[in-house]
Design a binder for this molecule. Structure first.
Ligand code: TEU
Length: 561
């Protein structure tokens, strides 16, 4: 792909909507969402105005990690429907101008995958070398690497006495990308879905696929520095890109765990040799004190602005980022950085504006567009997520954290916070299912639901719809550079986007109290017109450099040069 093609790509002005199928819409009474349920909501998504949907994995899977443990890359999990349902979804989405992006999980497979089943217990299996096996060290695990879900990253194969690597759950065995046969299998999987007409791929933890081959213990950490952005990762991505993605013109977004700007400039470089764009998570660690997720903490606002500045200026003209707050692994943003009670609507809109006006491709996670909140579960039995239940065991039973403390931590940090069923209407189970939902619905569904939002022109839904439209109408949102206007301000996040013809100013009060700020005097505020705000009566105050903001107020202003 040439530079010119990459620059004009459709996804640079697009907004992508993430669907977590298990929690989106049940077409029957199973209590879990399915493909027919998604089809029934395509009109809703078209009304919102999104350009593409990304489906988290719908392949055959024992669902230990809700589909991120794939046992057959060529089959649809019957829980979600059939291949005919998938084909119908693809056709019907395309008929509405909505593209479809599939999730490709190839750092690991399920241990139920036939490759692993053949490899397990048999050193002579043709598939043994598809995975990573090591002999014990001093009678125990081969090194001190930790699983991302807690505990050692190694599990024993009793019949051979060797351990296999699993960076996630023990039911998710890491593939050995050093083996060219593995890479050929991956290409074949992607070709299969691309041939069907799938428009793009989200690549799960793709920067973990290349491990340093000495597998030594990490004396200063949990091992991640030996496999994150590893030695051959760029080579592998270039190989797949040239042989598959570029052949099909697929859009690709790589999920990058604990990565760096320098690597992301390469992963998403504008020559299109690796991926279209990257997800990174640094801005979502501002409430992890010293990098520690499993503790309660307020967020660090100045750090948040520094991180956006680092990535926005660092990727400009070099690469392309996905911009987002929410996904199926993150708590709801309005509960996390906003106020999900008194200022739920205002803060949901402000948070939306403050990322949608950045450079990159915005992703909206199901329910975010109606301001869905964390559910506030009170019982450990309500949690389903493998990471949450593992961490509960480890922290309460091994580390002595009290049950009450751990419940409070989970209520803030658990991945299940975002996985609660989509709230469609005010009927029983929020209209998600006619059966018993697999995960409890948040109790605010009578008020917070899609039907009510679509009926109210002042809702969070219409604010997202407007942001999605603005990206298509105002060029500077896509191509402008980025300047943080008030890096030191303790309540306000205000930035400027600039190209040769336009200046866009996005001003956001991140707190539930009135505040004020003074914008740089060289901005031609007299010429500013307001494109969008979450409050009425902005016009009178707009022309001034002195801005007075109400709780969680956002203002998007445009100056035509
Ligand atoms: O997530 C990768 C990842 O890094 C997160 O799971 C993170 O480690 C976790 O949220 C810790 O807090 C991807 C998927 O998005 C996730 O759902 C999968 O569980 C994971 O990969 C394994 O496939």
């Amino acid at each position: 792909m040439t530079t010119t093609n990459q620059e004009m790509s459709w996804w640079k002005t697009a907004t992508i909507y993430q669907i977590y199928p298990k929690s989106f819409c049940d077409s029957g009474d199973k209590g879990t969402g399915d493909l027919q349920g998604i089809i029934s909501k395509l009109d809703y998504l078209q009304h919102l105005g999104v350009d593409a949907i990304w489906l988290t994995p719908v392949y055959q899977s024992p669902m230990v990690d809700n589909g991120y443990d794939i046992s057959d890359y060529y089959a649809i999990n019957p829980e979600f429907g059939t291949m005919a349902d998938f084909d119908a979804l693809l056709t019907q989405a395309h008929e509405r101008g909505i593209r479809v992006i599939m999730d490709i999980v190839v750092n690991h497979t399920s241990t139920e995958h036939h490759w692993f089943q053949s490899a397990l217990g048999d050193k002579n299996s043709p598939y043994r070398d598809y995975y990573i096996w090591k002999d014990p060290l001093d009678g125990g695990v081969p090194n001190n690497w930790q699983s991302k879900f807690g505990g050692s990253a190694w599990a024993l194969d009793e019949n051979t006495g060797q351990y296999y690597l699993h960076l996630f759950a023990k039911e998710q065995a890491d593939l050995n990308w050093e083996n060219p046969g593995v890479r050929e299998e991956v290409k074949q999987v992607i070709r299969f879905w691309a041939e069907k007409g799938v428009d793009g791929f989200r690549l799960d933890v793709i920067n973990l696929i290349s491990k340093q081959q000495d597998f030594c213990s990490d004396d200063i950490g949990d091992g991640r520095r030996f496999y994150t952005d590893g030695p051959r990762v760029h080579e592998y991505l270039q190989e797949i890109s040239a042989e598959v993605f570029q052949q099909y013109g697929s859009v690709t977004v790589g999920e990058m765990s604990s990565t760096t700007l320098e690597h992301c400039q390469r992963y998403s470089s504008l020559d299109g040799k690796e991926l279209s764009m990257v997800f990174n998570f640094h801005h979502l660690k501002v409430d992890y004190p010293n990098g520690e997720k499993w503790t309660k903490a307020p967020f660090d606002f100045l750090q948040l602005k520094q991180i956006f500045n680092h990535w926005q200026t660092g990727l400009n003209g070099k690469g392309w980022g996905a911009i987002f707050w929410c996904n199926h692994d993150q708590p709801r943003i309005v509960s996390r950085l906003g106020d999900d009670q008194r200022y739920r609507v205002e803060s949901a809109k402000m948070l939306a504006a403050s990322v949608h006006m950045l450079q990159g491709t915005p992703y909206v996670y199901q329910g975010e567009e109606i301001g869905m909140t964390n559910p506030g579960y009170r019982h450990i039995e309500q949690y389903r997520d493998v990471e949450s239940t593992n961490m509960y065991q480890i922290m309460v039973q091994q580390q002595g954290v009290s049950h009450e403390e751990m419940m409070a931590i989970l209520a803030q940090k658990s991945r299940d916070n975002s996985r609660t069923p989509m709230q469609w209407d005010g009927s029983e189970n929020a209209g998600f299912t006619r059966g018993k939902p697999w995960l409890d619905v948040a109790s605010n569904y009578p008020e917070v639901n899609a039907q009510a939002a679509v009926a109210d022109l002042g809702s969070v839904f219409y604010f997202y719809k407007r942001l999605i439209e603005l990206r298509k109408q105002v060029a500077v949102i896509t191509d402008g550079d980025y300047l943080d206007l008030l890096p030191e301000h303790k309540q306000v996040f205000a930035y400027l986007r600039r190209n040769a013809k336009q200046q866009l100013i996005c001003i956001n009060n991140y707190y539930g109290v009135d505040t004020e700020c003074v914008l740089p005097s060289d901005l031609a505020m007299q010429q500013a017109k307001c494109l969008l705000s979450n409050y009425q009566n902005v016009a009178s105050a707009m022309a001034s450099h002195h801005q007075i903001l109400r709780p969680y107020e956002t203002r998007i202003l445009l100056i035509e040069c």
